[in-house]
Structures are given as C-alpha cells and as structure tokens.
Write a new protein. Structure first.
Length: 236
C-alpha cells in the first residue's frame, strides 16, 4: 500500500502542473477523488482515483456576496458560521456552483438593527464593501415591524417630513400599514435604536422587526436561517 500524500501533490504528478495550479483546481471544486469533489489541497489520498472535471480552470475563485435571512438574536459571528452548503436555499442552488471557499474571508456590511431579523449581507468583494460603505447614508433600508398599539394616518405622514424625540431629530421615514399589526417602514441609514424610536413617536410598541431590503437589493423568498448568492444583475 502506498503512503498517503496530499491531493495537491498527487495532482501535480498527474498533470505535470505547478503546485499553485493544483491548489487552484482543487479549491475551485474541479477535482474529484473516487467521484467525490474534494476542495482541500491537504486532503490525503492513497490509491483512490483522482480526476479533473471537464471545463476545469486553474483560477482563483471570484469573490461572492451572500444574503442571509438572519434569525433574531443571532450575533454576526454566529450568523457567518451558520451559512453552510446545507443552509443554502433550495430555490437558489442553481445561481452559482456552491463551494467551501465562498465562506472564507466574509465581511458583514450594513449590520441589522439590534433585535432585528432579516436581510444580513456578507461579502468577499471589496467593491461591494466600498459601494455600501460609501453610499450607506443614501441607501434606503426597508423593515417590516410588528407593533402593538394604534396611531393615526396623520402621524404616519408626519414621519416623512421628519419628527423629533427628546430634542433629537429622527431620520425621515416612509411608513404604511401592511396589516393590522405590521408596519412597513423605509428610511435611510438608521442608527442603532432609531427604528424603535420612530415607532415610539407613533405611540407604537415594537414587538419585532425584519429587514427585507437594503438599497436596490431585496432579501427575496428566503426561509429564516437560509441564505442565497447575490445575483449578478442585483445592485445595492
């Protein structure tokens, strides 16, 4: 029986390629061991069948952006680690070929309001990070807010003109009733606690809130705890 060797070393021997090329093939999900895709260059092989899939390219992975329907109360690190190949939405599995490398070096941008659930954005793409950070003051965020209490149409209209609370000016917001207990609210760059303050100005108690949109990107039909890839046609 032969001694176990790294998958990358075996590939170098088979293809007469460089070590770096072998690693790129493997990390890109182009290499199978006995018919199973293996993405770890350090994976040890003995006498198994090692093959390169058709269309293989020795290229670094393109950076991706992931959209998560994050549960309430989950911190950013727990949310990041919750995204796995298994928690990818079934409805979105055909968008991009999912790879383990898509979960590395993810940065959370425009974090949710404290206590909120819904759309959380993680990206590997510095262009996406810079775009959101630069435009955050102008990007509209939309929330569905479960509330208790009653308010008036006049009070809702007043939010669009701006209100103050405890001597502080709150951001202007567009609000309307989605149903008897849920308010739909859109505003730009809410600071921590400001969504709840806007509801308090309407004499409404917040029971829960869910972000459904950031700029031009909506969360879409994602089950709680599931994620999807940002589509190439979507723009924040």
């Amino acid at each position: 029986m032969s001694e176990p060797v790294r998958l990358s070393k075996r590939l170098v021997e088979q293809l007469d390629c460089s070590r770096r090329e072998a690693e790129l093939y493997i990390e890109g999900g182009w290499v199978t061991v006995d018919g199973v895709v293996i993405e770890q260059p350090q994976f040890k092989v003995e006498n198994q069948r090692v093959e390169l899939l058709p269309g293989a390219k020795a290229q670094a992975l393109e950076p991706v952006t992931l959209l998560l329907n994050q549960p309430r109360g989950q911190d950013i690190e727990a949310a990041r680690t919750s995204m796995t190949l298994d928690s990818l939405s079934e409805a979105h599995r055909n968008q991009v070929r999912p790879l383990h490398g898509h979960f590395a070096r993810l940065t959370c941008v425009a974090p949710l309001q404290s206590g909120a659930s819904g759309l959380q954005v993680f990206t590997q793409d510095w262009k996406v990070s810079r775009k959101i950070e630069t435009d955050l003051r102008r990007l509209e965020q939309e929330y569905i807010i479960e509330v208790r209490g009653e308010t008036t149409p006049v009070a809702l209209e007043r939010l669009a003109r701006g209100v103050t609370r405890d001597g502080r000016e709150l951001p202007k917001a567009k609000a309307s009733w989605q149903n008897e207990t849920h308010l739909r609210m859109a505003l730009k760059n809410p600071q921590p606690g400001q969504v709840a303050e806007l509801c308090a100005a309407l004499r409404l108690e917040v029971l829960g809130m869910r972000r459904i949109r950031l700029g031009g990107v909506s969360m879409g039909k994602l089950t709680l705890g599931q994620w999807r890839y940002l589509d190439g046609s979507e723009r924040f």
